[in-house]
Design a protein. Sequence first.
Length: 281
Amino acid sequence: MSRPITRIIMLFSLLTVCPHLPAADIEFFSSDKVSGNPHGALLRAPSLNALYLYSAADTRQYMEYDFGARIPGISYRSESVAVDIGGGGGIFTRFDLLSESFNFIHADFTGALFTDVRYRNFLFETTVYHTSSHLGDDYIKYSSGAVRNTGFEAVRHYISYMLSCLQLSIGLDWKFSRRPKKKIFGEPSILAGVRIDLLSAGIPFFVEWEAEIIAGRRLPNFGIRTGIYLKYFFNTCILRRKSGGSEPHELSVYYYSGYSKMGCFYDRRETLVMVGPSYRY
């Protein structure tokens, strides 16, 4: 095993080991997550999405159907510290909306292990993940030599500072293994984001910006997402009833400009406008 991979595994192990924790403060498969809405502006946030998508680059219309979830396996809670250790994954698909047979364009499959730690107003998110453009077929050697599928393994770490209505984030993403190397960017990237969520102030509205600067690339990836919480909006604003508990239902509008997040198209830039509902587990 190469040294970089060994170091990543050791780092992830250190972050996930929580010795001497009182058993009474540990819970399995908790529904109360430390990180409830991780970084959706750059796409690929774990959720159930049904998004209409317009591509400005080729003036085509698509539908994107995504299914993803992050599931805490072990959770620890104290007065100042909260920890989630778990796994997750997702399937991200795109279809040609106006074609005669609603043509399937592509699908990606992602699996991940994560550790989320919140200490007072700080949130630390570490994820080791695998992405394949066709469920593992990126490992298959084609006799023709044509690139049909792509894949990579990566580690991503975020540090966020959280207030009642504001979250500031900075992160690092590094793909330590990729196939084929000429198709997938190997340079590390720096991520920075801002999220404003007014739900705690009684307004079911949020907006978030995020940018990814890739080393050696002239143009960054940039995304912005804004929307409303449908549960709170309908129950409180329309029916005048109290809306308690989590707010998983969202109606969002996205704008994304950057390198494609879809399979074999990672080395292409695209500009997308999206709108649709999301359900976040």
